[in-house]
Design a protein around this ligand. Sequence first.
Ligand SMILES: [Zn+2]
Length: 290
Amino acid sequence: MKVFHHWMKLAPWALSASLLVGCHPKRMAPPLEAEAPVALTAAEAEECRFKPPPPYQPTPEQNEKDQIYSLVAYAVVYRNWQEASVGVGVRGYNIGSVLVDPSGRLVCWARNAVGVTGNKTQHGEVRLMTNYLHNTTGGALGGGYTVYTTLEPCAMCSGMMTLMSVKSTVYGQADPDFGKALERLSFNSTAIHGFCSYPRGVTSGEVIHAIAERLDQGYARYMQTHPPVITDFLASPEARQIFADAEQQLLTFKVQFPSNQPVLDSALAFLQGVPREYTETPYTTNCQAP
Ligand SMILES: [Zn+2]
């Protein structure tokens, strides 16, 4: 009777399977009662083919480069500042980005244009990548490209960066709601019965700079008295002042690492060539492969 009771606790498929192979009940061990989820071991979780990208941990010298490129991205936005986030004549949101190629050259720029185009896909990063690719023959951005963008990338832009094999992205403000898309893609959740990391992980991190801190803190305060719409905050007088200060900091930047002086010089020259007015895609001005 005890043996019978033991069998009754087995899953039906286990019973029929063991009968098929002629297994004696007393040799069936342990009982198959695994209704409760069981976490995979670390070894089992490591069976994924694709690993998450390395975390964003710039050296002090690289951090200074990241600051310079990020200040260029803020300045690109500030030079076509929009006083409102939506409405007649509004280009789009005060968000923009610049592209740095594997050799460290600034090779393209773009601003959000969802308003003027009437097309919600026209985020700064989408326009940056598609416009650059229009002017080149490679078809992708493999080999070490970095996207510097003023606001943490959304899922759409993160997906495009992933499929284009972008190496990393550095953003100038965190987005509490639409951010961390790249982290979600690269998160290996097999240990909790989820999924392996998505292929072609993109390293993502916020630039270590006072301007980014001011934007994060400014939006946190803004949300206490306004609906949590980050693009509305980005059309506020406070945001405008922060972006204006970012441009000034770029124009008066003093490098701590002499090796970054050419980076700063080329960044200032690049910014001078970025049109202040809205530019339809495709454009080649300051957006060409070397
Ligand atoms: Zn986006």
